[in-house]
Design a protein around this ligand. Structure first.
Ligand code: AMP
Length: 412
């Protein structure tokens, strides 16, 4: 299938071409035609599948179709985090470049000046608002947000918003919107609360379900059974002398993130951390440094595990086994975006074997356990852990001193 088959507005097609998109991804193939027909949608799709374009393209097409170069708010996109809001706005700017459609990303954490800029844009002409719930409510409460002409609502990562406790805010926002509008909901998982919300706010909707519980096929997964005290040395051994331009390390806690950053810095590695203690502009700076490859290694808490669009992450390391299987899938999904191959490695300590086994059951796969590099000494005993022999780690055979083979596809 080709993008031309959607019969999208010609200026929008120019934007798609300029963004370098050639073929729609599966979620785009499914969602775009239904959205263009005007259906409400609930789509189960994980980050990395191309879900952003799946809602942005129909939304922009509809605004163009109505030749609405006015200053009314036509579409609202609600997203759980400022990082995701910024990322959606960036994609929108790319697609909308030739269309003249205007947008503003509205998110907390910035300066007072940022609030004034948002206020001005909301009052004088942003046709699409991409917002985190709390910040949008602050503007709504001040009385100048006019949603009377709104005809498109998108909720991105709805399950994430539920986890973050945003549902009451979202209900409050939805009450401000006209009844007659098209609503698209995207969620990586479908807990009962999300189904209930969908039932309440969607009309005559269509449902799209892409398998969510497995990492993308092109992620090579592996794991080490390792004591906490060996982990920093293991990272060094995995990364040093290898062509891995962008490495993302997840740690369970903020303090863990800071400790890893300082331990790797001591080993002269090019690393920065991102966590919620940083001011908004510092967080953006760190992400930009990573994106622009000024830093090789980003250490992060969960705030960046979903939705952050950094291309070509060569290696994702789970410093701890993630709390649940969905988080594992999301974290691993930071690599191998859009048909590239990526590598994801999880460190399992002696207490986490059962937890990791549950993740393997969830993804219905056995992740290959690699032997530790000899210089690290022995790790925890493997007897306790449930290894099954039918690993399907394609192209991922033990090799060299670390038994580590980097994927061939990511470009330097
Ligand atoms: P998303 O799941 O929306 O976060 O998209 C994941 C990544 O894939 C982003 O870098 C997108 O720009 C990219 N992408 C999405 N759809 C396509 C497509 N049809 N062709 C090429 N790249 C795409």
């Amino acid at each position: 299938m080709n993008f031309t088959e959607f019969n999208l507005n010609s200026e929008l097609m120019e934007g798609i071409a300029a963004m370098g998109y050639e073929k729609p991804s599966p979620i785009q193939e499914l969602a775009i035609p239904l959205a263009l027909k005007g259906f409400d949608l609930i789509a189960c799709a994980q980050t990395g599948t191309g879900k952003t374009a799946a809602f942005l393209l129909p939304l922009l097409h509809q605004i163009m179709l109505n030749k609405k170069h006015d200053s009314n708010i036509h579409a609202l996109i609600i997203a759980p985090t400022r990082e995701l809001a910024i990322q959606i706005d960036r994609q929108l700017e790319g697609f909308a470049y030739f269309t003249g459609v205007s947008s503003i990303a509205v998110y907390g954490g910035g300066s007072g000046n940022d609030f004034e800029i948002e206020k001005k844009a909301i009052k004088t002409g942003a046709q699409v608002i991409i917002a985190t719930p709390g910040r949008l409510l602050s503007h709504i409460n001040l009385g100048y947000v006019d949603f009377s002409k709104l005809n498109f609502l998108v909720m991105d990562e709805a399950d994430r918003m539920l986890d973050m406790g945003f549902m009451p805010d979202i209900q409050r926002i939805i009450r401000q919107l006209p009844d007659k509008k098209q609503t698209l909901m995207f969620s990586a998982t479908m807990p009962s609360e999300i189904r209930a919300l969908a039932k309440k706010i969607l009309h005559n909707h269509q449902e799209i379900n892409l398998a969510v519980s497995k990492p993308a096929e092109n992620v090579l997964q592996a794991a080490y059974i390792v004591y906490d005290s060996q982990k920093i040395a293991l990272i060094e051994s995995l990364i040093t002398d290898r062509d891995l331009p962008l490495v993302l390390i997840f740690s369970a806690t903020k303090s863990g993130v800071k400790e890893i950053e300082s331990a790797l810095k001591k080993r002269k590695m090019n690393v920065q951390a991102i966590h919620s203690d940083l001011e908004q502009d510092q967080r953006e700076q760190v992400l930009n440094n990573f994106r622009n490859r000024k830093i090789q290694i980003l250490v992060a808490t969960d705030i960046v595990s979903r939705g952050i669009d950094v291309d070509n992450i060569s290696l994702v390391i789970n410093y701890n086994v993630p709390g649940d299987a969905e988080d594992y899938v999301h974290r691993v999904g930071r690599t191998a975006r859009a048909e590239k191959t990526g590598l994801a490695i999880t460190f399992i300590n002696e207490k986490e074997m059962g937890k990791f086994h549950r993740i393997e059951e969830f993804i219905q796969d056995t992740v290959r356990k690699l032997p530790l590099p000899a210089e690290l000494g022995d790790g925890p005993s493997k007897d306790q852990h449930h290894d099954r022999s039918h690993s399907k780690s394609r192209n991922f055979r033990p090799k060299g001193k670390n038994n580590f083979r980097r994927p061939s596809t990511p470009k330097a």
